[in-house]
Each structure stands twice: as structure tokens, then as C-alpha cells.
Ligand binder design. Structure first.
Ligand SMILES: [Zn+2]
Length: 424
């Protein structure tokens, strides 16, 4: 399911949680935790967060009956809560009868732009039933998501009467303590430099906070350990593709997140502090806001070999730019060529042009000689430099372990039951 949110209210994850509650009541068995799937972050017309949801259920009911239940709930939610029509939202659903193993559509939707027609064709060819509008694209992508690596996000919701409140009152220190205690199994919940929480949205939506990590049990403990003055009515844990680098491709078209490796030909700091790097004749832009990444890029020089990961965007000035989110420095050019010293007085010399020899700057003696290779100290080390901007799909540098924990069906249903009925 996708596109059940709007600027006024609602959120696709919230709709999914209500649906799970309904399924549990109807004795429809959930075989796994729900999945929260982020799609291509560079699409200019994306909705907030750009995520869709997948549920995997087992039921003796006929599939058309399941579709009716979900579709009726969807209509109810998008009419009463998110007011999809008013905000030109295009909610959609997709349902496949059996376990779906082809990942092609997901890969396309997380890395590229998918036209609606292509989604409809793919659904028809692969026996996926669809309902609704544009939201079917994310929905089919969710069905086609078969991950090897995942992370988790635990989301808590506010009761409906508090949705109009923009501000959330979450105790900053309790989140810091939670992260310190379990890091790196929980991650990207706090911006330590700017000292604010990354876990809360600021709008009129149902979400109170969402905490991220790689261990479901630890995130569930967060319900007790994170202190808030706001009320919580329902929580849910999602398996997600967040922090898995799923969006990176080797292709290099507009609105994709590309990866290029090459030699630095030029580095220029432009007004405002942004940096432009010419790598293999591609223009790479490193925004000032990327922090350490921007700082490191200022020390790059001609001849360095780097790997750049970033979004490909159109640009009036450059035609095409790559907005860097990560740079790996593979090789530093620590050699410079110097003119030889004067054989008569040992002073420095200047070149008279290619193959024309050198002239001593002090005594004027003209001579032939070879340039001298000299090693220079560099202010950088090889390694990975990453933007401090939180981006859903980008894998944090320190996160080198993503475990897919196994829970049996009883554990899953007991956790889901606890979460949909959770109140603080
Ligand atoms: Zn000389």
C-alpha cells in the first residue's frame, strides 16, 4: 500500500497499523512484521518520505474478500483521515496471492523513475492485483521487495485528538541515553552536533516518533526507555530497507543515485562554501551543509582518486551535477613535480616551456634537466567521508552489520498484538 498520507493528516504506516489491528481481530494471521520500504529519494514529485508498506498474511478467506477488506479500509482512511482527494493524493494497493520472488520492480523503483503504465503492465504480467491510482507503483515495489539485509524502525502514534499539535514533547536525554546504551544496534536517532532529535516529524501527522536500529527487541525496549509527555496510542515495528544503500546504482541518469570512480581533475570552492569537484569530467557538487564531507572535499587535489556516490540532478550552470552524499578517497596524490635547481648556484629555476629547458631565477643560467618528483604531506587520509544529512536509505559508515533476526509466528503475533494495543 502507498500514498495514504497528506499534509493534513495520515500516514501510510499508520494506515498499515490500523489494518494489522483489524487483521488480528479477524484472525487473519500475519507471517512476518510489516515492511516499510523507502523508494527513490531523488524523485522531484515524491510524497513526504516516499515509502510504501507490505504486509504478508495467511488466510483461509478468498483473496477477493481480502481485497475488499483492505480496499474498504483504504477508502475510509483516505476519505476521512488523509483527505486524499483534496490534496491530490493517489492512494493505491497491490495484492499478490502467493509469495512473490521477483525483485526487478523493487530494484527499479528504489533506483529509478517508474511510469504508471510500466507498473500496470508489470502487475498484469505477474498476476498482481491492483486497486487505486499512482500509489500502486510503491505497492508493487513493496511486493517485489525480497531483502537479504534489513534494518528496523519502531514507530509510535499519537491519539487522533493530538494530531493537530505540531510540537512533540520527547525527553532529549532519554533518547541520548537509549542510543548510548545500545549503539551501534540503534542508530541515526540524534543529531549530536546540532543537538536535536531525528526521530520526530514536525507536522500534523499521527507519528510521535520513529526509532531506528538493527535489533527488534532493543527497539521495543525503547517504548519504556524513551520518555515523553505525549500520549501514545498504538506502536508498530517495521522491517525496512533504510540504511541499506539500496538506492545506489552504477547507471548515471537524472534522479538516480550514481556511483562513479575516477581521478580528480579540479577542485573549486564556490561562494557560500559549496565545493565543485571535476571527476572524470563529471561535476560533483558537495554542499556546505554536508559538514565533514564538504570539509574533506576542500582538501582534495588534482590527481586524487575517489569514489563518489550522489544524486544526479539537472543544473542550469553545469547541465548535470552529482550531489555528493559520500566520497571514498581511494588514493591520495602526494607527489608534485618541481623544476630542478640551478647547477651553478643551487637556486630555484623557471621553465622556459616544454623541452626548452630551465632558467635560474637568481643568476639567469639556462640549462636542460628533468623535473624532480617531490612528496608533499596531505591533510587528508584515505577512507570514507559521508554527509551529515540524514537520508533514509544511506548506510551510516559505522553500520557494518545488519542482522535479519528470526522470529517464529507465535513471537511475531504476540509482538504485533502488544504493539497495536500499546498505550503509555
Ligand atoms: Zn643559478
Amino acid at each position: 500500500m502507498d500514498d495514504h498520507d497528506s499534509p493534513e493528516a495520515g500516514c501510510t504506516t499508520h494506515f498499515a497499523t490500523l489494518l494489522i489491528k483489524e487483521f488480528l481481530k479477524e484472525k487473519i494471521k500475519l507471517l512476518d512484521f510489516p515492511y516499510l520500504i523507502r523508494l527513490n529519494p531523488n524523485i522531484p514529485w515524491k510524497t513526504r518520505g516516499n515509502a510504501s508498506i507490505k504486509l504478508i498474511i495467511e488466510s483461509g478467506k478468498d483473496i477477493s474478500e481480502i481485497i475488499d477488506i483492505v480496499w474498504n479500509k483504504s477508502l475510509e482512511y483516505t476519505e476521512k483521515i488523509s483527505k486524499a482527494k483534496k490534496y491530490n493524493r493517489k492512494p493505491g494497493l497491490a495484492i499478490a496471492k502467493y509469495k512473490f520472488t521477483d525483485s526487478w520492480f523493487y530494484e527499479k523503483a528504489v533506483k529509478d523513475i517508474v511510469p504508471l503504465n510500466l507498473a500496470k503492465e508489470y502487475a498484469e504480467k505477474n498476476g498482481i492485483m491492483i486497486k487505486g491510482d499512482r500509489g500502486i507503483i510503491g505497492s508493487i515495489a513493496a511486493i517485489s521487495y525480497n531483502p537479504e539485509e534489513i534494518t528496523y524502525e519502531l514507530i509510535t502514534y499519537r491519539p487522533e485528538e493530538e494530531w493537530s499539535k505540531n510540537k512533540r514533547e520527547i525527553d532529549f536525554n532519554s533518547v541520548v541515553n537509549f542510543e548510548n546504551k545500545y549503539f551501534p544496534k540503534v542508530f541515526e536517532n540524534v543529531d549530536y552536533i546540532k543537538k536535536y532529535l531525528l526521530i520526530s516529524p514536525h507536522g500534523h501527522d499521527p507519528i510521535l516518533y520513529g526509532i531506528r536500529g538493527i535489533d527488534a527487541d532493543i527497539l521495543i525496549k525503547g517504548l519504556d526507555e524513551i520518555k515523553t509527555k505525549d500520549s501514545i496510542d498504538m506502536a508498530m515495528i517495521f522491517k525496512t530497507n533504510q540504511a541499506t544503500d539500496s538506492h545506489i546504482t552504477h547507471k548515471n541518469y537524472f534522479y538516480q543515485t550514481t556511483e562513479i570512480v575516477g581521478k580528480v581533475l579540479m577542485v573549486k570552492i564556490i561562494e557560500g562554501g559549496d565545493v565543485i569537484i571535476n571527476v572524470n569530467n563529471e561535476s560533483v557538487l558537495v554542499y556546505k551543509e554536508t559538514g565533514e564531507l564538504n570539509l574533506a572535499s576542500k582538501y582534495l587535489r588534482k590527481g586524487d582518486i575517489i569514489r563518489v556516490i550522489g544524486a544526479v540532478k539537472p543544473s542550469i550552470k553545469f547541465g548535470k551535477i552529482i550531489e555528493a552524499e559520500r566520497i571514498e578517497i581511494l588514493e591520495l596524490n602526494d607527489k608534485i613535480l618541481r623544476n630542478p635547481r640551478c647547477p651553478k648556484c643551487n637556486s630555484s629555476s623557471e621553465s622556459l616551456g616544454k623541452n626548452k629547458g630551465f632558467r635560474c631565477k637568481k643568476c639567469g643560467y639556462k640549462f636542460y634537466g628533468e623535473k624532480i618528483i617531490e612528496k608533499v604531506p596531505r591533510e587528508l587520509t584515505t577512507g570514507i567521508y559521508q554527509s551529515r544529512y540524514y537520508r533514509h536509505l544511506t548506510r551510516p559508515i559505522y553500520l557494518d552489520l545488519i542482522r535479519n533476526q528470526t522470529f517464529n509466528e507465535d513471537q511475531i503475533s504476540s509482538i504485533l498484538n502488544k504493539l497495536v494495543n500499546y498505550k503509555n
